[in-house]
Design a protein around this ligand. Structure first.
Ligand SMILES: [Zn+2]
Length: 374
């Protein structure tokens, strides 16, 4: 019988933070590298913390590790999606502000922020005021902990309850844009619900970050965009739709090639929404572009998520493969397939093929598998 045995654990933490103490009964010793270690292109500038264990761990075994660390987080200016200064705080796993396990496995979080109540805080997990502090506490396993804070943060939308859609922005000049985005979100959610299936209890914070550079990102209940996007209706709709689609498409691991189940599905859902809103012609034009951009790209199947062509493969070629599948199945059956994939919480390509086998002929299934491998 084969079982996974682990004798060391590797964590990563931003290079400007220092370990004061690590407490763990199963630890022999730890090493904190003095130099930056490259391990994941989404999280630059980290140093490795290698924990050598005094016993071998088997899969499923629990241990407790307590890290005590401190420092002044100084981020490289190239990391546009994280920031920490007087006016704007934006922290996520991109900065490695807390120890990250090497496989970026999901975790539970409880974070206490001693910021004072003159700051408005918004985050994932949901940030609740508590005395003069803020608490972010997750009910279930989460892939990231995001903290956004500013004294100037304003909010519109369904603000009476922690349920509904809220749009956050900084600076009164963005109030109109925030209102428009709130209306767009409602419209887009409607369209995606029509294409895939309705969801209950949407709790969503949408943040217009006061920065023009760096892209946006999405966590299950939180979406961040840069304010550059608010001037283009089409780009904005396309981007917001992609991010909102992740409410349905976020089950697969985002550090392996299975991330195509998140990214290609979110992007193709976006194209389907564009077909609904702007019509067949606009949709066909995008399909042509994506086709052209997919020429010569490596296969989706097994592609390393850090491969230099991984993004065009997942964002351009993947949607083309899903478009071909829609053409083979017909629109209604394809929508049924999307619904099944969502409702059955499919998180691997093997499971996806099983779902397809249940509703499609062998010829279609084989063509689909071939398209992933070519
Ligand atoms: Zn995405």
């Amino acid at each position: 019988m084969y079982s996974i045995i682990i004798k060391e654990l590797n964590f990563y933490l931003h290079k400007t933070l220092n370990i004061n103490e690590i407490k763990c009964k199963e630890m022999e010793y730890f090493q904190h590298s003095s130099k930056e270690v490259e391990w994941n292109r989404f999280v630059p500038e980290t140093r490795q913390i290698k924990i050598i264990l005094n016993k071998s761990l088997r899969k499923g075994e629990h241990i407790e590790i307590k890290f005590k660390y401190s420092g002044v987080l100084k981020l490289h200016e190239e990391i546009k999606v994280n920031n920490i200064d007087e006016r704007w705080v934006e922290l996520s796993s991109h900065s490695g502000w807390h120890p990250l396990y090497e496989k970026l496995d999901k975790s539970v979080f409880k974070v206490e922020l001693n910021l004072g109540r003159d700051y408005e805080v918004c985050g994932y997990p949901y940030a609740k005021p508590y005395g003069d502090k803020w608490i972010l506490s997750s009910d279930s396993m989460a892939a990231d902990c995001v903290i956004v804070a500013s004294k100037e943060l304003k909010v519109i939308g369904d603000t009476a309850v922690d349920n509904g859609v809220r749009v956050y922005y900084v600076g009164s000049e963005y109030e109109d844009a925030a209102q428009k985005i709130y209306q767009s979100i409602k419209l887009i959610l409607n369209k995606i619900e029509y294409i895939i299936c309705p969801i209950t209890n949407i709790n969503l914070a949408f943040i217009i970050a006061p920065r023009t550079e760096g892209g946006g990102y999405c966590r299950p209940e939180l979406i961040v965009i840069s304010n550059k996007l608010i001037n283009s209706n089409f780009k904005q709709l396309k981007f917001i739709t992609h991010e909102l689609s992740h409410i349905w498409w976020s089950q697969a691991s985002w550090s392996t090639w299975e991330d195509w189940l998140n990214e290609s599905f979110a992007e193709y859902t976006t194209l389907m929404v564009i077909r609904e809103v702007y019509g067949e012609e606009e949709f066909d034009k995008l399909i042509q572009d994506y086709n052209a951009e997919s020429k010569g790209l490596p296969p989706i199947y097994g592609i390393n998520r850090n491969h230099e062509m991984a993004n065009p493969v997942l964002y351009k070629k993947g949607p083309i493969i899903l478009h071909q599948l829609e053409q083979m199945l017909g629109e209604d059956k394809f929508k049924q397939f999307l619904r099944n994939v969502y409702q059955n919480k499919i998180s691997s390509t093997n499971e996806l093929v099983n779902e397809l086998t249940a509703i499609a002929s062998d010829v279609v299934v084989n063509k689909f598998i071939d398209s992933l491998k070519e």
